[in-house]
Design a protein around this ligand. Structure first.
Ligand SMILES: Cc1cc2nc3c(=O)[nH]c(=O)nc-3n(C[C@H](O)[C@H](O)[C@H](O)COP(=O)(O)O)c2cc1C
Length: 240
């Protein structure tokens, strides 16, 4: 697909790509949604597997089911993890603002123009290669038994088969593309708080993992600047 004719500056987009949780119900044209996915799949993927799948929900009845499930997950999240104490230096007002926006998003989910589920399909070729006796023998030779055990333990979502690691560069591309095209979007993970529920609603097969959910629509507010600390506070040079 051709890239959009859009002269938004990369750094302007990146520095104003805030989480937008208040969205207008106005529909987003299908070709724009396809453009977002096209931008997403220009991201890198583990072993160049390119094993993404995008489920874009616009159907009202499906959105209602998603909204109901989301509300239940949100209610236990906000009473537990969402109520954890502040981190050192965390701005309590910013936390409250985020929670209010989160509440709004959940309450208006059924009216969100498009809800994009980013999924990653199991890379069978790499999974077979990891489990093969040749790989295990080679790993033991290079890493020892302990190192091999650590390697195999980490071979799930975050490990060398890279389910989430394959998802998130694509997710970030999608968020930046949405911002570049004037759309509001937010990276969310409600699937973690209602395991299996969205998979059932959407008919997701067992070899496909939902990794992120991105509500998309035209924003109600303006794209203000993203607020982050001085980068020097996060860097150590040459050694941790
Ligand atoms: C792994 C991950 C999971 C997230 N899950 C949620 C979520 O479930 N709901 C939500 O509203 N935001 C979620 N966010 C967005 C963060 O809350 C957001 O990036 C943060 O508050 C900073 O806001 P800003 O991007 O506007 O600066 C998630 C972000 C990441 C990286």
């Amino acid at each position: 697909m051709a890239k959009p004719d859009n002269d938004a500056s990369l750094f302007d987009v990146m520095y104003t790509c805030r989480s937008m949780r208040r969205l207008k119900p106005d529909p987003v044209p299908r070709e724009v949604l396809v453009q977002l996915v096209d931008a997403a799949i220009h991201a890198p993927s583990s072993s160049n597997g390119q094993n993404w799948h995008f489920i874009i929900v616009q159907d009202a009845a499906t959105k209602k089911k998603i909204a109901d499930t989301w509300r239940k997950g949100w209610s236990w999240y906000k009473e537990t993890i969402g109520s954890a104490g502040l981190r050192p230096g965390e701005d309590s007002e910013a936390r409250k603002r985020n929670q209010k926006a989160g509440e709004y998003m959940v309450e208006h989910m059924a009216k969100t123009p498009a809800i994009i589920f980013v999924a990653v399909k199991k890379d069978e070729v790499v999974a077979r290669a990891i489990a093969s006796p040749t790989t295990v023998t080679a790993a033991v030779k290079h890493l020892g038994v302990g190192g091999t055990a650590r390697l195999l333990r980490g071979s799930g979502r975050a490990g060398i088969t890279g389910i989430d690691a394959t998802a998130y560069p694509a997710v970030q591309n999608l968020l930046l593309a949405a911002r570049g095209l004037g759309l509001g979007a937010v990276l969310t993970t409600p699937q973690l708080f209602s395991p299996g529920a969205y998979e059932e609603i959407l008919g997701v097969p067992s070899d496909v993992t939902l990794t992120a959910v991105i509500p998309v629509g035209y924003p109600k507010g303006r794209f203000g600047p993203v607020s982050r600390p001085d980068p020097e506070t996060l860097i150590s040079w040459d050694r941790y």
